[in-house]
Design a protein around this ligand. Structure first.
Ligand code: G6P
Length: 750
């Protein structure tokens, strides 16, 4: 039953009960009124005739007494009057209509209890046997100066009372019926009017009109509910695997023909001149590139980057455009050329000596120079101009990547107000206190808040960011929905743990892990019973490479059975080598490798094989597939995709991942052997445990990690952000249409 009907029904029932109660009260009140009235009338009549009565009683003939009685009985409501003797209650005289059967002694019962006291007595009741209706009887004593001579009995007809009561009840019923009808009609009409207003407002809202003020809080709740339902529905859909096709479909469905633009400092394809004078294409060692390149292949669009390869200019057109991937082009790479000064100030200086050191607990002091900041600002502006150049619609979806571009979201917003801007921060976000070290902290935060969505790998980083904004900017926080409102616009801060492509495209073409192992072992000069561990990183102080080597040293110290048998292959891609701290690290690692090899090496055996050079992804995959274990020992890492790549390479469900607890990946790959890389003893034991792990346990752990990656792959990562952005965009367009009513607060109520 709909609520208006229910309300009306309850109203009618309530009024019915009230009517019944009221008629009951009215009946009782009327009854007592009339009784009192009749007693009064009887008194008046009897008192008026008292003298005549006394005279007639005492000695006058019966006829004289009857005449007096007839006189009293003139009142139309008097049915009859009789005079009874006091002594024996026998009839003396009665009016003609007085029922003969109505003997005086019947009143004896009424008056006797008080005997000669001679009080008035009344009785009301129905006497069907004699009078056929309701009567009121009054027995009034008639006295001489000394005695009670007798009683005058007056019988009043009370039938009119019942008639009046019935009439009053009918009136009451009619009145209440009219009241009930009016009340329910008013309720129904009010309800219809309210419903009409609601639906009108809803229609206006959906159709782009403006909502009435009292409707606004409700609509906020409706929107929140709709968001939750939509998110749940999307979650339900997530039982389906996320594939490039599904991501493409999601992008098409939610953004129609809107272009996707990625801005990342590092380009996915670097053209380099070879020693022989030719040109080769290199894939950089960058987790960001590893994750985003498959997304871009799926979505097409434009990727804007710094053109850093020494053959980049000659392989691009005049606008810096190159179609990539080189073998099967599916999107455009737009290269931006930076001067040496710009690169030094923006990339090496502010981004890497400043922000990278600031955001990682890597025990390296961040360095902020005003000159670097100026370049950082200028380069961010240049990239914003490039986005505006490349935008083929007013409302592209722009995916801004990482700490190189903290100012970019706001700069893009100034140029393309209708763009959907998603910024993803690939590295950790420090505590508010630590971020306070940065002299330009407010500029960076305000720049980032130009985005619609700000993504981090973990909830902890989102919390740190929110607290930082709360501390340094005047912003309003909506903790429940993870929103930050600054200068009238809302940015949503959410965790999106990044991942890798799944299924991995490199694996199917690769030889089996056994065949690969045999090949790699031969190349490294290892005997068949050797045990191989691998480490794959950029040469960066956050990766814990020194701690890793020390753990290998501890393993060999504590577990002599592995000496001569266990070999650790460390791949280190040179990185940011203009920066002094990176040079120091490189020297420190060289020295440590030499020391350990000195200590444990024998003719024909080196425990550590160190390769400080760039490796292409296929080469790295071969090493993963050949290894017994992979040790990821970062001392602080937003996610670490090496861990995920190692797992994705092992379609034989073998190999053990030893993983630092300080990586974002450790929150997801819980079946890895998790270690604290600073605890060298624990890490040495963990390496031993990994090498001795029974095959069944290795398979179970690997199986579960692979199942996780199959579900939480990079298409899902991108898809979730795009879906969230699409939802916000819809709401955004709604708010724009509502602008006159809301004062045009962009994103304000989202
Ligand atoms: C990290 C950063 C990326 C960067 C990569 C490689 O993963 O988050 O933005 O691309 O390191 O560093 P590089 O300085 O060589 O680009």
């Amino acid at each position: 039953m709909r609520w208006p009907v229910r309300l009306t029904a309850s109203l009618v029932i309530t009024l019915g009960l009230l009517t019944w109660g009221a008629s009951y009260v009215a009946r009782s009140v009327m009854q007592s009124w009339f009784e009192r009235d009749l007693t009064l009338r009887a008194e008046l009549a009897i008192n008026g005739a008292r003298l005549a009565l006394t005279n007639a009683w005492t000695g006058a003939p019966v006829e004289a007494l009857r005449d007096v009685l007839v006189e009293i009985a003139q009142d139309e409501r008097v049915l009859g009057v009789a005079a009874c003797r006091a002594a024996d209650f026998t009839l003396i005289a009665a009016t003609p209509g007085f029922p003969s059967t109505f003997a005086c002694d019947r009143f004896g019962l009424l008056v006797k209890p008080d005997g000669a006291g001679g009080s008035w007595h009344t009785w009301t009741g129905t006497d069907n046997s004699v009078l056929g209706g309701t009567v009121h009887i009054t027995a009034a004593p008639i006295r001489s100066s000394t005695d009670v001579l007798g009683y005058l009995i007056l019988i009043h007809d009370l039938g009119f009372v019942s008639r009046r009561q019935a009439q009053a009840e009918r009136l009451l019923l009619v009145a209440f019926a009219v009241l009930a009808l009016t009340a329910s009609t008013v309720t129904l009409i009010a309800n219809r009017v309210a419903w009409w207003r609601w639906t009108r407002d809803l229609r206006l809202l959906l159709g782009g009109g403006h909502e009435s003020p009292e409707f606004r809080p409700l609509m906020r709740d409706v929107r929140a509910l709709a968001d939750r339902i939509a998110a749940d529905r999307d979650m339900d859909r997530d039982v389906e695997a996320w594939t490039p096709k599904r991501l493409r479909d999601a992008a098409t469905r939610h953004f129609n023909a809107d272009q996707v633009i990625i801005v990342a400092n590092r380009e996915p394809y670097i053209h380099q001149r070879t020693e022989s004078g030719g040109i080769e294409v290199k894939h950089p060692a960058s987790g960001l590139v590893t994750a985003l390149e498959p997304v871009m292949r799926a979505c097409s669009g434009v990727w804007i980057s710094h053109g850093s390869g020494n053959a980049d200019r000659e392989t691009a057109d005049e606008q810096g455009h190159v179609a990539v991937p080189p073998d099967h082009p599916s999107y455009t790479l737009r290269r931006l050329w930076l001067s040496d000064d710009e690169e030094r100030g923006y990339y090496y200086g502010f981004a890497n000596e400043g922000l990278w050191a600031l955001c990682h607990t890597g025990h390296t002091r961040p360095m902020f120079r005003t000159d670097d900041w100026k370049h950082y600002e200028a380069v961010n502006r240049r990239f914003a101009d490039a986005v505006a150049d490349e935008a083929s619609t007013e409302s592209p979806v722009v995916l801004v990547q990482d700490y190189h571009f903290a100012l970019l979201p706001r700069l893009i917003r100034e140029r393309l107000p209708r763009a959907t801007i998603i910024m993803f921060w690939h590295i950790p976000w420090p505590t508010a206190e630590r971020f306070g070290i940065c002299p330009q902290r407010e500029h960076l935060l305000a720049g980032m808040l130009g985005a619609d969505i700000l993504g981090f790998h973990t909830q902890a980083h989102c919390n740190n960011f929110t607290e930082t904004v709360e501390r340094y900017l005047e912003a309003r926080t909506d903790k429940e929905r993870g929103g930050l409102s600054h200068k009238g616009r809302m940015t949503f801060v959410r965790p999106y743990p990044i991942s890798i492509e799944w299924p991995p495209t490199k694996v199917p073409a690769a030889p089996s892990p056994d065949a690969t192992r045999a090949e790699v072992f031969a190349e490294l000069g290892l005997s068949a019973n050797a045990l191989l561990g691998v480490g794959v990183d950029r040469l960066d102080y956050t990766k814990g490479i020194e701690e890793r080597l020390l753990a290998v040293d501890r393993l060999l110290t504590k577990y002599p059975e592995f000496r001569g048998r266990f070999v650790f292959l460390q791949i280190a891609a040179p990185s940011r080598s203009e920066i002094e701290r990176y040079q120091q690290l490189s020297d420190a690692v060289d020295a440590l490798v030499a020391r350990i090899n000195d200590r444990w090496g024998t003719p024909g055996y080196q425990p550590i094989i160190y390769r400080r050079r760039h490796h292409e992804p296929e080469q790295v995959y071969r090493l993963y597939r050949a290894a017994d274990l992979c040790y990821v020992s970062s001392i602080h890492d937003g996610m670490n995709l090496v861990a995920k790549e190692f797992v994705s390479s092992r379609d034989d469900d073998d190999g053990v991942l030893v993983l630092s607890q300080f990586t974002g990946a450790a929150l997801e790959l819980t079946e890895a052997v998790i270690v604290n890389p600073y605890d060298i003893d624990q890490a040495g034991d963990a390496l031993a445990a990994a090498l001795e792990m029974p095959p069944a346990e290795r398979r179970t752990r690997m199986h579960y990690m692979r199942a996780h990656l199959a579900e939480f792959n990079v298409y899902r990562w991108a898809g979730r952000m795009l879906i969230d952005a699409a939802r916000l965009r819809k709401r955004e367009s709604l708010w724009q249409r509502l602008a006159p009513a809301t004062g045009g607060a962009r994103n304000g109520g989202a």
